[in-house]
Each structure stands twice: as C-alpha cells, then as structure tokens.
Design a protein around this ligand. Structure first.
Ligand SMILES: [Zn+2]
Length: 306
C-alpha cells in the first residue's frame, strides 16, 4: 500500500503520521524533541522514519518534515540554536542517514498546503494561509502547489510594514520587530501584539481572550484595542490582495478563535481594498495542530511526483 509520511518537528515535540494515498491517518505518534544535541535530534528523526517505514511494504515513499524557519526547505534547521546545529544541514544529514531524500518545508507553508488541499480552502485555485498566533506568517498555494520562491519567504507577510496612514489614524505605537525592522504587522497583529495595543490604549495586561471578553462586556479600552487590531488585519488582507490576490484567505493560529472574526473582518475590508474589487473568501482553518504533519506530507508527495 502506498504510504506518505509527515513529520511535524517543533521545539518541544515531534509528531509523526503515516497517511494513506487518500489522506487517511494510518498511524500517528508523538515524541519529545531532544534538547541535548544535534546528533540526538538526527538519531530521533531517523527512528521516526524507521517507524514510518514499518507502516508500509514499500522500501521508499514520500516523507516530509515541517519545521519553523525561513530556510527549512534547503537546510531543515533554523531553530533550537542551543543544539549547536546551526551550521549543519539537517535535510542533507538526515537524507544521507536514512538513504532517501527527505523533504523539508517551513511550518507556515505546511499550514497553507494542508488548508488549501484538505481544509477550509478546498475548491479555491489560489489560497493564502494566514497564521495569527505568537507570530504572524503564512504561505501561498496556487493550484495545490507552493511557489518556487527563492528563499521560501513569500508568505512572511508579518514582516511587511504597517502603513503610515494607519499608524497616524489609529495612534498606533511602533515597536522593533524580531526581524530587525520597526513597525512590522507582527509587532501588533500577533497575540502579544494585541496585548500591546490594549496596554498602549490604557488597559491592563491581558490575554487576547480576556480582551475579547472585555470588549463584549463594553469596556471602551478593550473595544478600542480590538477594533484597531481588526483594522490592522483588514489592512494586511488588503495588502495580500494587492500582491497575491488570492481567491481565499484561510486564517489559523490562536487568534483565529476570536469571536465573529470573519464577520468583523468582512465588514472592515471594503474600505481598505482596491476600488471595484471583490474580497477573497475568508475562512477559519479546519486543521489545528495537525496541519504541520499533513502539510509536510503533502509537500513531500508533490515533490515525489515531479
Ligand atoms: Zn519584522
């Protein structure tokens, strides 16, 4: 039986799933990510691949690994700097060790692929998967494929700058971003960003969920913060339109659970979009944590068929 393997390599856990060719889950398991050394990580990943191979009668089949980081596709390794593996090429080392090519893809692209093909974006030819969580990122899928982009950076829209007019209109604070620039969308549109907006407008420290509850209860500061956050999100979706013009935008990550998100976004979007254009279909992601393994397997299968 044809099997496709997907491995979600995160900072704390590794989730490995064997899928059938029709994307049913055959078997799945989780192990902790070793935090001790690069060689241990390599050994644990090789064990996961051996376990995957035990699920199939085929000697080799597509296996993909999804992991955070811009250079995941080429190097497979850009997090956990404490593992002293920064200069090593995990993709190459792992492929050599197990005797077949193992595909790597960054986790935002894995999310976009899994939602475009097997989730809320199904049926749309062009889908942008937008993650709103501790960071802001995404990936773009055209007819079921990721772009053949130079760095795998094409969905990193959290690092676009917030428009100056919006900063002035909403009295937004400018923060330095982890990428080195100042005033990136991510600094205010991520979960920590919404909390920053709330304190900037005079509120106390609160989680996004608490801010939403206070907004619903009619607290003016929470309402101002959440309303500014929706403005920022609509502005980013308008930027997606001017660049990718996707037919659907699928929103995932922790903040996608905020109440009435798509309705509020739909109401705000027309004033931000280019004149006489249609808004993309706005959807909330269907897959939660499992999108990493699905997307990695989808990326591997697509590359396998080339
Ligand atoms: Zn940035």
């Amino acid at each position: 039986m044809m099997v496709v393997g997907g491995i979600d390599l995160g900072g704390s856990k590794i989730e490995t799933t064997a899928f059938t060719a029709h994307w049913q889950v055959l078997a799945t398991r989780r192990v902790p990510t070793p935090a001790t050394s690069y060689d241990n990580l390599l050994a644990v990943l090789a064990e996961e691949i051996a376990w995957l191979k035990g699920q199939s009668s085929e000697v080799s089949f597509p296996i993909g690994v999804g992991t955070p980081g811009l250079n995941a596709r080429t190097h497979g390794f850009s997090f956990a700097a404490n593992l002293e593996g920064g200069a090593r090429n995990l993709k190459q080392d792992l492929s050599d060790r197990v005797g077949q090519v193992i595909w790597f893809e960054n986790d935002a692209n894995c999310f976009a692929l899994s939602e475009a093909l097997l989730g809320a974006g199904r049926g749309h030819g062009t889908v942008f998967g937008l993650i709103l969580g501790t960071g802001v990122g995404g990936g773009y899928v055209v007819n079921g494929r990721l772009l053949d982009d130079l760095n795998g950076a094409s969905g990193e829209v959290g690092h676009l700058g917030i428009p100056a007019a919006l900063v002035r209109q909403l009295d937004l604070p400018l923060f330095r971003c982890g990428c080195g620039q100042t005033g990136c969308y991510e600094t205010l549109l991520s979960g920590p960003g919404l909390a920053r907006l709330h304190t900037h407008f005079g509120g106390t420290a609160a989680s996004p969920r608490e801010i939403a509850v206070r907004d619903a209860a009619g607290e003016p500061v929470a309402t101002r913060a959440l309303s500014a956050w929706i403005d920022l999100l609509a502005s980013l979706v308008a930027a997606l339109q001017a660049t990718y013009d996707p037919r659907a935008v699928v929103i995932g990550g922790g903040l996608s659970n905020l109440p009435n998100l798509t309705e509020r976004l739909e109401a705000n979007l027309p004033e931000k979009m280019l004149p006489k254009t249609q808004a993309p279909a706005l959807q909330i992601a269907e897959h939660g944590d499992s999108s990493g393994a699905w997307g990695a397997a989808l990326a591997a299968q697509a590359a396998w068929q080339v």
